[in-house]
Design a protein around this ligand. Structure first.
Ligand code: PLP
Length: 379
């Protein structure tokens, strides 16, 4: 069987073996409903609360600020809708490079709730203009504003200077939400020191299970319940908790953070190796987004010069056993191009491929990818 090379870790990651083991053990031993008061229920409840403590410790926040959800799509919906419905937000400032979990939620609020939406201009690295943010906040001074800007862009690896954004939001008394899906497990997120009110994460981006995530909601910004039902998640999200997912997520985060420095250095090395290798064999490639140093080390988005060989590149790579992506994984499975790249480079004719690495990739795999792409171009 063909040995495949998986370079789509920004879309999802395989489960860590220790996470599989823990989930399996939990599956075998803990079936109690965490809301039941008998022994089985109390054991499940204790596992959930232990996981919450683990997560809260990593983010330096209180356990009451972590809410378990089905993933970052739900968390982003919960936060943005909650800010409008419960905190009186009338204006949202964001950027066209956000994930659809944020953009589509905002679009619905704009249409149905007549919320004013401002999209910040972007520079060629995909950074939203901080100057423009401040100008808009100054103009909206008498309104309640939510600023929603992600920490790491999932397609280009562009990183937000969130200390700066947070400080500006504080100055104008605006709420600050950051989609941190691609950052959790890779960066230290110290919520006592970063002036952010809400963050969102998904376990499957850091070798945890799919279908589980969390929302962080700063204590003083309590928002109304998102899903009605039982009193789970302190009334915020009714429904029996995803026990297996939650314990798996907490362990995955623990593992990611304990190996963070080694993983980071490894990712940086692979990214540099791939870029240098491709540059040597294919003249005219460009990096979409920031340069090599100033971006998330797991993401390298390359624009290949327009050429008949480049048109079917993603497809040809897949046939050759290499999994990459043209942008974020689309739920319909169809490739409609990247809204992120269109927003940053409206006139770009390059064919773009996002390579996204993990600690599991090797230097030999990167060499193989360079060789295969070089062959595709030569033949
Ligand atoms: N936000 C970002 C930046 C993402 O990359 C993703 C997943 O691709 C999401 C939100 C949505 O996460 P999920 O599909 O796990 O809900």
């Amino acid at each position: 069987m063909q040995q495949r090379i998986y370079l789509d870790h920004a879309a999802t990651t395989p489960l860590h073996p220790q996470v599989i083991h823990l989930m399996h053990e939990t599956m075998l031993n803990n079936y109690g409903n965490p809301s039941s008061i008998h022994s089985e229920g109390r054991t499940s409840r204790a596992l959930i609360e232990k996981a919450r403590k683990t997560m809260a410790n990593h983010f330096n926040c209180s356990i009451g600020e972590i809410f378990f959800t089905s993933g970052a799509t739900e968390s982003n919906n919960m936060i943005i809708q909650g800010a409008v419905n419960g905190l009186g937000v009338q204006t949202i400032i964001t950027a066209a490079t956000e994930h659809h979990a944020v953009l589509h939620t905002i679009e619905v609020l704009e249409k149905e709730r007549k919320i004013k939406v401002i999209y910040l201009p972007l520079d060629i690295e995909g950074n939203p203009s901080i100057l423009s943010l401040e100008e808009h906040l100054a103009k909206e001074e008498n309104k309640k504003v939510l600023v929603s800007l992600m920490h790491s862009n999932n397609e280009t690896g562009t990183l937000l200077d969130w200390e700066n954004v947070g400080a500006i939001c504080q100055k104008y008394d605006a709420l600050f939400h950051s989609d941190t899906v691609q950052s959790v497990g890779f960066y230290d997120i110290d919520l006592q020191n970063i002036p952010v009110h809400f963050i969102a994460g998904s376990a499957h981006k850091f070798n945890g299970p799919k279908g589980v995530g969390f929302a962080y909601i700063r204590n003083e910004n309590a928002i109304p319940p998102f899903q009605h039902g039982g009193s789970q998640e302190r009334n915020m999200r009714g429904g029996t908790e995803n026990l297996l997912g939650i314990v798996g997520m907490a362990l995955a985060l623990d593992l990611a953070m304990s190996e963070k420095s080694e993983r980071f250095a490894h990712l940086e090395k692979l990214k540099l190796q791939l870029f240098n290798g491709l540059k040597n064999v294919i003249p005219g490639i460009q990096i979409n987004g920031p340069g090599l140093e100033n971006s998330h080390p797991k993401i390298l988005n390359i624009g290949f010069p327009p050429n008949p060989k480049a048109t079917m590149l993603l497809f040809n790579l897949d046939i050759e056993g290499i999994s990459t992506s043209g942008g974020s994984a689309c739920s319909s499975g169809t490739d409609t191009g990247s809204h992120v790249l269109r927003a940053i480079y409206p006139d770009n004719q390059h064919v773009s491929v996002r390579f996204s690495f993990s600690h599991l990739n090797t230097s030999a795999e990167v060499d193989k990818v360079i060789e295969i792409i070089s062959n595709i171009y030569r033949n």
